[in-house]
Design a protein around this ligand. Structure first.
Ligand code: NAD
Length: 483
C-alpha cells in the first residue's frame, strides 16, 4: 500500500475525495506514494479555514509573526538531512543538490525574518498638527502554485514572506513532488503557526483553475512553465486578482575567447548539468564569439567526470526523459554535431531510473528548435559567431529572458553585453546568476508575467497593499484645504 499524500487544512492532514495521482521516485522508476487530486470543493474548505485564521493572524504584530519563523528556521536547520533525503526521493536530484536547496530555503526564511527591520512604513507631519502615515497591509487569503523542480525552495520563495506580512496561504505544490510541502506544513505547525494560516491543497489542473476563480483568494503567485504561467496569469487577472507568474527559460551564455578557460568550462558545465538541467537558471544555449574551441574541448573532457547515478541525478519522469532525448535526436537530424552524448544511459542497479548524461551539441543554428525551446534537461546547445553584436542579437531573439551570462576578462565588454542582453538576471563569469537575498529573483519577457519580482524586497509590494491614514487630534492644528 503506497503512502497517501493528503491535503493540509486548518492544521490537520485530511484526505480529499476524487482520484489520486501516483508520485514516482524518478531515480528508481517506481511509485512511492499517491497524492489527492483535489476538487474545487476541497479548495472551498481550505479557503474557509484560511479566511477564519486571517482575522487572528493579521491582528498579530509583525514581530509576533516573525518570531514563529525564527523557530521555523531552526526547525529547517535541525531537519536539514531528512528534508534533503525526501527531496532526492521524489525529485531525483543528488543529496548535495537537495541540501543546497534546503539551505537556500533557510536563507529565504532568514530574509523574511528581517521584515521588521526592512519594511518601510512611513509617517510624516504633512501640515502643522496633521500626520500622514502609510502602512503595508496584508491582502487576506493568497495562493502559491509551484513546479516540480525545487519541492522546498520554490514554495519557500513565497511562504515566509507572504505569511510574515500577515496573509494566510493556500499552497498548491506540483503533483509530481508533493512531499516537500507536507514536510514544510509539519515544521510550520511544530513552530507554532496557528491552524489555518498555512494550508496545502494537492492536485493538478482542476485545483489550479479553482484557485484562479475563487472569489476569496486575493493574489496568486505561480512558478512553472510559460504555457501554464500564461493561462494562470490570464485567468487570475481576469478574475481581478493580482498575479505574478514566473515561466520557463532559455538562458544564453555569451562566451568570449579571452574567458578564463578553467573557470568558464567548469562553471558552464555545472550550470547546464546541475539538477540534471532542470533549473530555470540553467545554461541552455551558449553563444561562442570567435575561437572558443579550447573552452569547448575542456568542457567535454571535464563532463566525463559527471556520471549519472553517481554525481548526477535523474530527470523527473519517463515523459521528461523522452522529451529531452527527442530534442537531441531532432538537433542531430537538423545537422548539429553531438560532441557529448548522454542518451540511453543506464545506471547499474537503477535500470528503471530516468537518467541522461550531460549532452553538448555544437554547431547549432539559431533557427533550430534546440536553440529556441526550453529543453529542461542536461543539454547545452552551442552556437557560434565572430561578432559580439551578433551574439547579443541571438540572445535578444529568444522569447524568454530569465537569465543570461557573459564570460570574458574584459570589463568593458562585459558591461557592453550585460547592458544589451534582454534578461532579468545577468551573470558576469557566473553560470547560475541567482541573486542572493535580499536581491530579488525574477526574469523578463516570457519568463515572467506581472509586476515585480518574487523574492527579496520586491515581494513586499506583491504581498501587501498600502493603507494611507491622515490624522489630526489637535483642534487648533493649522487648517489647510483638507481640514
Ligand atoms: P508546469 O507548468 O507543468 O507546472 C507548474 C504548476 O502548474 C504545477 O503545480 C502543476 O500542477 C500546474 N499545472 C500543470 N498543468 C496545468 C494546467 N494545464 N492547468 C493549470 N495548472 C497546471 O511546470 P513544471 O514542469 O512543474 O516545472 C518546470 C517548469 O517550471 C520549467 O518550465 C521551468 O523553467 C519553470 N520554472 C521557472 C522558474 C522561474 O523562476 N522562472 C522556477 C522554477 C521552474
Amino acid at each position: 500500500m503506497n503512502k497517501k499524500i493528503e491535503n493540509f487544512i486548518d492544521g490537520d492532514f485530511i484526505e480529499s475525495g476524487g482520484n489520486s495521482i501516483p508520485v514516482w521516485n524518478p531515480q528508481e522508476g517506481k511509485i512511492i506514494a499517491e497524492v489527492n487530486d483535489s476538487s474545487s470543493n476541497d479548495l472551498k474548505i481550505a479557503v474557509k479555514a484560511a479566511k477564519s485564521a486571517y482575522i487572528g493572524w493579521s491582528n498579530k504584530t509583525l514581530k509576533e509573526r516573525t518570531e514563529i519563523f525564527y523557530e521555523f528556521r531552526n526547525q529547517l536547520i535541525d531537519n536539514l538531512n531528512p528534508l534533503s533525503e525526501s527531496i532526492c526521493e521524489e525529485n531525483g536530484k543528488t543529496f548535495q543538490e537537495a541540501k543546497a536547496e534546503v539551505l537556500k530555503g533557510i536563507e529565504l526564511t532568514e530574509f523574511a525574518c528581517s521584515m521588521p527591520q526592512i519594511i518601510n512604513d512611513e509617517i510624516q507631519e504633512v501640515s502643522r498638527g496633521v500626520e500622514c502615515r502609510s502602512s503595508h497591509e496584508p491582502l487576506g487569503v493568497v495562493s502559491s502554485i509551484t513546479p516540480f523542480n525545487f519541492p522546498i525552495m520554490v514554495p519557500m520563495w513565497t511562504i515566509p514572506n507572504a505569511l510574515i506580512l500577515g496573509n494566510c496561504m493556500i499552497l498548491k505544490p506540483s503533483e509530481q513532488t508533493p512531499i516537500g510541502s507536507q514536510n514544510i506544513a509539519q515544521l510550520l505547525k511544530r513552530s507554532g503557526l496557528p491552524d489555518g494560516v498555512f494550508n496545502v491543497v494537492n492536485g493538478g489542473k482542476e485545483i489550479v483553475e479553482s484557485i484562479c476563480d475563487h472569489p476569496d483568494i486575493s493574489a496568486v503567485s505561480f512558478v512553472g512553465s510559460t504555457k501554464i504561467a500564461k493561462i494562470v496569469y490570464k485567468r487570475s487577472t481576469n478574475n481581478l486578482k493580482r498575479c505574478l507568474a514566473l515561466g520557463g527559460a532559455k538562458n544564453h551564455l555569451i562566451v568570449l575567447p579571452d574567458a578564463d578557460e578553467e573557470m568558464a568550462s567548469n562553471d558552464i558545465l555545472a550550470s547546464m548539468s546541475g539538477c540534471s538541467g532542470q533549473r530555470c537558471m540553467a545554461a541552455s544555449a551558449m553563444v561562442g564569439v570567435g575561437d572558443i574551441d579550447s573552452i569547448v574541448k575542456k568542457m567535454v573532457e571535464s563532463a566525463e567526470k559527471i556520471v549519472p547515478g553517481k554525481n548526477l541525478g535523474s530527470v523527473i519522469s519517463e515523459d521528461a526523459l523522452k522529451r529531452i532525448e527527442r530534442y537531441i535526436d531532432e538537433a542531430e537530424k537538423d545537422g548539429a554535431k553531438i560532441i557529448l552524448d548522454g542518451r540511453n544511459f543506464k545506471v547499474k542497479g537503477k535500470e528503471k531510473g530516468y537518467f541522461i548524461g550531460p549532452t553538448i551539441i555544437d554547431y547549432v543554428s539559431p533557427n533550430m528548435k534546440i536553440a529556441k525551446e526550453e529543453v529542461f534537461g542536461p543539454v547545452l546547445a552551442i552556437m557560434r559567431t565572430n561578432e559580439v553584436d551578433e551574439a547579443i542579437k541571438i540572445e535578444n531573439r529568444s522569447s524568454y529572458g530569465n537569465a543570461s551570462s557573459v564570460y570574458t576578462q574584459d570589463g568593458r565588454l562585459a558591461d557592453y553585453i550585460s547592458e544589451r542582453v534582454s534578461a532579468g538576471m545577468i551573470g558576469v563569469n557566473i553560470g547560475v546568476p541567482v541573486p542572493r537575498e535580499p536581491f530579488s529573483f525574477g526574469g523578463w519577457n516570457n519568463s515572467r508575467f506581472g509586476v515585480g519580482d518574487i523574492t527579496g524586497k520586491s515581494s513586499i509590494n506583491f504581498w501587501t497593499r498600502l493603507k494611507k491614514r491622515t490624522t489630526k487630534w489637535n483642534k487648533g492644528a493649522k487648517r489647510n484645504w483638507m481640514s
